[in-house]
Design a protein around this ligand. Structure first.
Ligand SMILES: NC(=O)c1ccc[n+]([C@@H]2O[C@H](COP(=O)([O-])OP(=O)(O)OC[C@H]3O[C@@H](n4cnc5c(N)ncnc54)[C@H](O)[C@@H]3O)[C@@H](O)[C@H]2O)c1
Length: 331
């Protein structure tokens, strides 16, 4: 039984390695030749706690890296899912392209599992037609599932094994087979549900984080405007047994929290006032921090021509991912 992981970035690579560690035959495919060559030469493409050991382990278990799609029983897709700047809707082009390439090589009975984050309805709207237009009957010739990922950069290896996860499927019996597959390494609870619930729950999780971070950031702005200490206030408020306010910061980044809530805004523009406002609050934070830097410089008679050093360009601590980083926007 072979697994082909498609897309070897922040999500696909650790997933491929952890499957290989569990003893399964794994091949990892990515279109980026430099990335694949680097992995073939035994060099990791990004830093992450525990990834080195997992990599060495997977190599001894015979993991392969290639730019070609292979015949396999299970395909796991972890390609990017950005949003379209103007419409805010999800851009499915990478997932569509991956599914088409799988169909070029796969055999009847294969399962295609999309791990990439996708908005509710994406599989119905964009992916089923790609498969059906090739003459396959979904659920008979090809099985289609969605197993979104929720690991946090900086603690991915631990979370891969310990987080609970979701599998969305059309048929329970196929969902249970894929649950069995993920149980090879996942010690957390694995919930099997329908595809649309799996799509929606993943986007909801990141939207929840975005909104809660936005609340902390808005409090920071209010407290700054009227000379109150936001940290003291959050600390006191969090003593309430049902209050848990997050810490304010310079904004949000990465490929998840600053992206996924837009999918809901794009698809449900009349129903997403709160979500849109939270997005705007978090996106306004680099400008707010810039204003604070200017104020502090003036208060301390530091000239505008002085150099300002920015330490930490990634979107959060202990990661090397600078995508959508608020610090880069500040810069
Ligand atoms: N990064 C995270 O923290 C995180 C967490 C949970 C979920 N996700 C989701 O996982 C998905 C992947 O995110 P990522 O951060 O790993 O992205 P990434 O950009 O790090 O990796 C994606 C990889 O896919 C490759 N690729 C693109 N199109 C391809 C194709 N047709 N065939 C083969 N390879 C192809 C790219 O070359 C790239 O190496 C996204 O949907 C993201 O929202 C990311």
């Amino acid at each position: 039984m072979k697994i082909n992981i498609i897309g070897l970035g922040y999500i696909g690579l650790p997933t491929a390695l952890v499957f290989a560690k569990s003893g399964l035959e794994v091949v990892g495919t990515d279109l980026n030749t430099d990335l694949v060559n680097s992995l073939k030469w035994g060099k990791l493409t990004f830093e992450e706690k525990g990834l080195d050991e997992l990599f060495n382990n997977a190599i001894s278990n015979g993991i392969e890296f290639t730019t070609e799609y292979h015949k396999a029983s299970f395909y796991i897709i972890a390609v990017p899912t950005p949003y379209i700047e103007e419409s805010k809707k999800l851009d499915p082009k990478y997932v569509i392209s991956a599914v088409s390439s799988i169909l070029d090589v796969c055999e009847i009975g294969a399962s295609i599992i999309i791990e990439s984050t996708i908005s509710p309805g994406t599989i119905d709207k964009y992916i089923r037609p790609v498969i059906e237009n090739r003459g396959y009957v979904i659920g008979v010739d090809i099985h289609l599932l969605h197993a979104p990922e929720r690991i946090i950069p900086g603690n991915m290896v631990y979370e891969l094994e310990h987080n609970s996860r979701t599998i969305g499927c059309d048929k329970l019996e196929i969902g249970l087979i894929v649950k069995e597959l993920y149980s090879k390494f996942c010690k957390g609870e694995i919930i099997v549900t329908d595809i649309r619930s799996a799509e929606m729950s993943k986007v909801v999780e990141n939207t929840y984080r975005d909104i809660n971070i936005a609340f902390a950031n808005e409090l920071a702005k209010i407290c700054r405007a009227d000379n109150m200490d936001v940290y003291e206030i959050i600390n006191i408020a969090n003593k309430h047994p049902r209050v848990n306010i997050l810490q304010p910061g310079p904004g949000v980044g990465g490929h998840c929290i600053s992206v996924d809530p837009w999918f809901l805004v794009g698809d449900y523009p009349d129903l997403t006032n709160l979500i849109l406002t939270a997005r705007k609050v978090n996106d306004s934070m680099p400008k707010h921090v810039l204003g604070r830097i200017r104020d502090i410089m003036r208060e301390n008679n530091i000239k505008d021509i002085s150099k300002v050093g920015l330490y930490g360009l990634a979107y959060k601590e202990n990661v090397d991912d600078t995508r959508e980083s608020p610090t880069l926007q500040l810069l």
